[in-house]
Design a protein around this ligand. Structure first.
Ligand code: C2E
Ligand code: CA
Length: 644
């Protein structure tokens, strides 16, 4: 595609070409002047003058060359007028100085034989200077130069050979005028060119700004500046595509403010608007950076929650929104309460179509409203049930930790050969004030998922250690205390200190404490586990692998772990004595434990046949209902007395 130039652009291009030509003439002129000075001073041997002249000429040549380059650049690149002006001012000063030096040189050439040369010099200098006398601003630069040149000789001329020097000056002026005239027609285009460039740049900027504003208006809500429904739909399509690629699920939450209409109708739109802005700010505070929140319409907001680890994550979000919006709103010192109802649909469980996801979330929101407001509902009923249980459970688990609603049960571990108590496992029970005892199977998974397990384990550890310390001081011999420890506990750097503190606080011998870690847990990051377990081991605390055989341990790692004990999982014990494969596995685990020099214990042993098989094959330590179920501390005291 060819470019067609406007008349002005053509004139400007021609002017630039002229400038280049003139600059070349100017540079040549100055070089000739240098040569002439050299010839003139040959006899006179005024070396300092000569050097001064050469320096002056070099300065001018340098400045002109620079100018040449500058204009060459302007041909290809937009240079701001302001920038060029700055540059020219700098050169004005330089040119004045070099002109002055040259003028002084001529002044000091007080030699009649140089008169002829002076004439030639005058013509050439005029030519060289005038050659650049083109544009308004450039004229200033050369004007400065000419003043510098003319000033000293003019003074000299007044007192000496007036005719010849008047002729010289006149010739200089004529030459300057000639070159000025040749360039003038182009000159006027320069300033215009800069202004035009500037103008088009400004206009372009304005147009882009207008475009941006229009674009923003089309995609964002005026009041809250959140994305509007059109942008939301677009983002939802992108999020679905992304989730498809990464095989993740996402949720759409449709939020409707419950009693917003009343605020709007009774107090006016102004108040209503401010509440809506406040709502949008609170919602933005909750969401993660990659989630999208939009204002759907009126008092309706909509949200995409991406990267759900499991579908319950959406209910955690919904819960957060409910509680954030149930905080009072303050407008002009008036306090309002706004609750909300939320409907949730989940991709891909409910549908993989964006429009349907929105529709489903909307209809779930109506269900939530019907069922009493200030709550959330999933599009699918069974998810609502699970989520509700979970949300309620999580909230009460937090209270349980704060109130220490946990008690510890103890299950004996027996040396079956000597029929002797060697230790016991501490097992937590949640004493819920309304429900009663809750099994760890029901709340430990949630506690692990939410990180609340750290709080639970701490309570169990302290209660059990305290109990053990009491038993030891009372003369019982409870053996080793086995504590179940979720690896989440090891995430903080201070875990080791906490452990050391606890052991110290209850004056327990660290050799009496053993930590049971799940095989599947430590295998998630074996390198890290080796390091951390090593430090625990250095404290003298023993480490056992719980549920051994279910976590796909790599044998090469197993060798490196600082372990004391393998705990054979109940699922293998269950297979004894009828299942040949099961028996073979148990034998293999025992052999493996022995070859690694580890102690062994079997859990979940319920009958004599299982016990006998284990003992016959070299696993003497037994835990299970065969000997005793987990029991309270009081029951355990009786048990210990019986065993003694
Ligand atoms: P686990 O560590 O495998 O504990 C053994 C579970 O098997 C205990 O269930 C115990 O009551 C049960 N059990 C023991 N012997 C027999 C038997 O002969 N037959 C049968 N059917 N079951 C037997 P519990 O107390 O309900 O604990 C369940 C799980 O909860 C534990 O499994 C452990 O992983 C976890 N847990 C318990 N207390 C804590 C704790 O304080 N912290 C942590 N992090 N986890 C705990
Ligand atoms: Ca255990």
């Amino acid at each position: 595609m060819g470019y067609s130039l406007t008349l002005d652009q053509k004139a400007t291009t021609r002017a630039l070409q002229q400038i280049h030509k003139n600059t070349k003439i100017g540079i040549t002129g100055h070089l000739i002047v240098m040569g002439l000075i050299a010839i003139n001073l040959y006899d006179d041997i005024s070396v300092p003058y000569f050097i001064l002249g050469v320096i002056a000429q070099f300065a001018v040549v340098y400045a002109r060359f620079d100018l040449y380059k500058k204009f060459d650049l302007i041909q290809y690149k937009i240079v701001e007028y302001k920038q060029t002006k700055l540059w020219l001012n700098k050169h004005k000063f330089l040119m004045f100085l070099s002109g002055l030096t040259f003028g002084l040189l001529m002044y000091f050439l007080d030699n009649p034989s140089s008169d002829v040369y002076f004439l030639v010099l005058a013509i050439v200098v005029g030519m060289a200077a005038g050659a650049i006398y083109t544009a308004g601003e450039i004229f200033e630069v050369y004007f400065a130069y000419l003043i510098g040149v003319f000033l000293p000789p003019a003074i000299w001329m007044m007192s000496q050979n007036l005719e010849i020097y008047t002729t010289g000056v006149l010739l200089m002026l004529v030459a300057s005028c000639y070159f000025a005239m040749t360039s003038y027609k182009y000159a006027k285009n320069f300033r215009k060119m800069f202004y035009e460039e500037q103008m088009t740049k400004d206009q372009l900027r304005q147009i882009t700004q207008q475009k941006d504003t229009l674009n923003h208006k089309a995609h964002y809500d005026d009041l809250t500046d959140l994305p509007n429904k059109f942008l939301f739909q677009d983002r939802l399509e992108q999020s679905i595509e992304k989730s498809k690629r990464h095989e993740k699920s996402l949720a759409v939450c449709f939020i409707n403010l419950d009693n917003f209409k009343i605020i709007n109708e009774t107090l006016g739109h102004n108040y209503g608007d401010r509440v809506l802005i406040d709502v949008s700010i609170r919602l933005q505070d909750i969401i993660r950076s990659h989630d999208t929140i939009a204002r759907w319409a009126g008092d309706e907001f909509i949200l995409i929650v991406e990267d759900l680890n499991n579908e319950n994550d959406a209910s955690i979000f919904a819960q957060k929104i409910l509680s954030a919006l149930s905080e009072p709103f303050l407008v002009d010192m008036d306090t309002f309460y706004v609750t909300s109802s939320i409907g949730i649909s989940v991709y891909p469980r409910d549908t993989d179509d964006g429009t349907h996801l929105i529709k489903y979330a909307d209809s779930a929101m109506y269900k939530a409203k019907k069922e009493g407001r200030n709550n959330f509902k999933f599009y699918s009923d069974d998810m609502t049930k699970v989520a509700f249980e979970r949300v309620v459970m999580e909230a009460s688990l937090r209270t349980a930790i704060a109130n220490e609603e946990f008690t510890v049960y103890y299950q004996p571990q027996i040396d079956a050969v000597h029929n002797k108590l060697i230790g016991m496992e501490a097992l937590v029970r949640w004493e819920h004030p309304g429900i009663g005892l809750i099994s760890p199977f029901r709340f430990i998974p949630l506690a692990e998922e939410t990180g609340l397990i750290v709080g639970v384990d701490k309570i169990v550890m302290h209660k059990a250690m305290k109990q053990f310390a009491t038993w030891y001081t009372e003369g019982y011999n409870p053996g080793v205390l086995s504590l179940n420890l979720a690896t989440k506990n090891l995430e903080g750097d201070d875990y080791l200190e906490k452990l050391e503190d606890s052991v110290g606080r209850f004056c327990l011998d660290s050799a009496c404490v053993e930590l049971e870690l799940l095989e599947s847990d430590i295998m998630k990051d074996p390198h890290d586990a080796i390091r951390k377990l090593g430090r625990i081991n250095e404290l003298g605390i023993k480490i056992a692998i719980d549920d051994f055989g279910t976590g796909y341990s790599s044998l090469s790692y197993l060798k490196k772990f600082p372990l004391n004990k393998l705990k054979i999982d109940k699922s293998f014990v269950d297979d004894i004595p009828h299942d040949e494969d099961g028996k073979a596995i148990v034998k293999a685990i025992i052999a493996l434990g022995k070859s690694l020099n580890l102690n062994l214990i079997a859990e979940g042993v319920e009958d004599k046949q299982q016990r006998d098989f284990l003992v016959e094959n070299g696993c003497n330590n037994i835990q299970g209902y065969y000997y005793a179920k987990p029991m309270t501390a009081d029951e355990m005291e009786k048990f210990m007395k019986k065993m003694a």
